[in-house]
Design a protein around this ligand. Structure first.
Ligand SMILES: C[S@@+](CC[C@H](N)C(=O)[O-])C[C@H]1O[C@@H](n2cnc3c(N)ncnc32)[C@H](O)[C@@H]1O
Length: 222
């Protein structure tokens, strides 16, 4: 493993949203594939999975996953390609060759094959560190003709289907309908796993802060 260089911490205050500047920021978020994970999704994962030792969040964004992992007592290394004011920017996960921590947990960028590339890279790195990989993926990706071969050859130990999670970068504006309808799952691989995948179900509402109907109204580190 490379040295544990970065424990995820906020480096500057989040820029304001809901203004002209905010609108441009949202464009930047979408261009850079920044769709933060609401904390309840990670809390739900931690209710059924444990991560002994250090955890790498390699696409940490503004720390939405990393902060929940830290709050649960994990030693977190947080990196990202882009600079969102959290963790260490300028780290392209797809160009990493050595694990920075034992386990890898993230919601990867989607589109242009990025999520597939993230899964492949994470599994290669976790094979070196003998750790687990947990990825928040599009539920539909489990039944896609381009991926059937992959799932058969590399089955996760567990898949946790999770309801009513909305990954949307604007706390001031409601997400569009297709975002609210999007469904996710946590796919969890572990090195010693052989055989069939276990499927389980998680309800995000069980882990959501009171009065939060969808989303990222909860800041990761407020
Ligand atoms: C869907 S967002 C999720 C952010 C964070 N994981 C979360 O759950 O809140 C994807 C993140 O991947 C980052 N990203 C995109 N390409 C990357 C790459 N090649 N290496 C590392 N991070 C990347 C983006 O900057 C963005 O922060």
């Amino acid at each position: 493993m490379t040295s544990a260089i970065i424990v995820g911490t906020p480096r500057k205050a989040a820029a304001p949203l809901g203004t002209a500047i905010g609108a441009r920021l949202i464009d930047r978020h979408i261009t850079a594939n920044f769709y933060p994970t609401p904390p309840e999704a990670t809390r739900a994962l931690l209710s059924v999975e444990s991560f002994e030792g250090s955890v790498w969040e390699p696409a940490c964004g503004k720390g939405h996953i990393a902060e929940v992992l830290k709050a649960a007592g994990c030693a977190v290394i947080a990196t990202d390609l882009n600079d969102w004011g959290y963790g260490v920017p300028g780290k392209d996960f797809l160009k990493e060759h050595q694990p920075r921590a034992r386990h890898i947990v993230t919601n990867p960028p989607y589109g242009r094959g990025l999520a597939d590339a993230f899964v492949t890279k994470a599994l290669a790195l976790a094979a070196q560190s003998h750790g687990k990989v947990a990825m928040l993926l599009n539920l539909a990706s489990l039944a896609h003709p381009a991926r059937t071969g992959f799932w058969r050859s590399t089955p996760p130990a567990r898949v946790w289907a999770i309801d009513s999670v909305v990954c949307w970068p604007d706390a001031e504006r409601e997400p569009p309908k297709h975002f609210r309808e999007h469904r996710y799952c946590w796919a969890v691989w572990e090195p010693q796993h052989r055989g069939a995948t276990t499927l389980g179900w998680l309800s995000a509402a069980d882990f959501r802060a009171p009065h939060t109907s969808f989303s990222n109204n909860e800041r990761p580190h407020s």
